[in-house]
Design a protein around this ligand. Structure first.
Ligand SMILES: [Zn+2]
Length: 315
């Protein structure tokens, strides 16, 4: 423990560093034991392994020097650590795959660190002091270029036996009452995965299938918000698919809160309409699950990385 001297009183303050290894930016944050953010720094992500190690160490050293603290370090990474090899698997930042990222950072920093999948970090942050606060079971969803998720029970990440808990995006999209969309191939080798329907690129692709117009998901959403009928109808079809996908999660883990993250969380039509659609697909007479927009926004992943250390000793 580090001791700060404040006047004549000695004040014990623990601080926690979080680092989020994004595909384009690497972000770091330092928070105190109450979760208060003290500083945030962003760097362009070096798209190679050694550059990633250098950046992580440089950020940790800079923050520890500045705040004169030895902090816990948590890293949010794409993919997951393989239980067989202790190397990263399945990350879309491919330069990290098949590398012992956690061990190499520990060697460089000469201490143990925490490392978790970035969607797990997002979910943890929203469970601890975000939109999922006070819910026993929180499922954090990230829908952007891909579809991922993280499961938190009593403010602890559930990793699962194979380290894949929360990967609902590669389940098959269930058949529904409104099957207008085709089943596309997924990069994972299967066809019709939930991700191919719900991700941003999936959203655009299905809009093209139906209307033969190539538009970015964000533009379709903006058009819907402006009242364009064609786009709005498409958004409501999307909500039906979203409900089908989420019903597979609810039927298994039945979370009190599902917190939405990633670009799709900005789709304002979700929040007032999803529960009536969930009722069609969830095996229950009532579906009172709260489907909520994240509170910490873009910073949730990096906060969650810092929370890995904070939750280990204070929460
Ligand atoms: Zn897939």
């Amino acid at each position: 423990m580090v001791i700060l001297t404040s006047g004549s009183n000695q004040v014990h303050i623990k601080m926690h560093i979080g680092i989020d290894l994004g595909g384009t930016k690497t972000e770091s944050i330092i928070i105190d034991e109450n979760g208060k953010e003290l500083e945030r720094i962003r760097r362009t992500t070096p798209k190679n392994y050694n550059g990633t190690l250098d950046t992580v160490c440089e950020l940790v050293n800079y923050l520890e020097d500045k705040y004169k603290k030895s902090c816990s370090v948590g890293v949010g990474s794409p993919g997951a650590l393989s239980k067989e090899t202790n190397c990263i698997k399945g990350g879309n930042s491919t330069w990290l795959n098949d590398r012992p990222l956690k061990k190499d950072i520990e060697l460089r920093l000469n201490r143990k660190i925490f490392l978790e999948n970035d969607a797990n970090c997002f979910a943890l942050s929203e469970s601890i002091d975000g939109a999922g606060l006070n819910h026993e079971i929180v499922f954090g969803v990230i829908i952007g270029t891909g579809v991922g998720g993280g499961l938190i029970i009593n403010n602890k990440i559930v990793n699962g036996f194979n380290n894949i808990t929360g990967e609902w995006g590669h389940n098959q999209m269930p058949i529904g009452t409104n099957d207008k969309w085709k089943r596309h191939d997924c990069y994972c080798g299967k066809k019709g995965c939930i991700e191919t329907f719900l991700s941003g690129p999936g959203f655009s692709k299905h809009f093209y299938d139906i209307h033969k117009i190539e538009l970015d998901a964000k533009i379709i959403q903006e058009n819907a918000n402006k009242g364009d009928e064609k786009s709005l109808e498409f958004v409501f079809q999307y909500l039906d698919y979203l409900a089908r996908g989420l019903s597979t999660v609810i039927n298994i883990v039945d979370p009190g809160a599902i917190v939405m993250g990633g670009g799709v969380s900005n789709m304002k039509q979700i929040y007032g309409n999803i529960n009536s659609k969930l009722k069609k697909y969830v095996f229950s007479d009532t579906v009172n699950t709260k489907v909520l927009k994240n509170i910490h926004g873009d910073s949730s992943g990096v906060r969650g990385a810092a929370d890995l250390g904070r939750s280990n000793d204070t929460i």
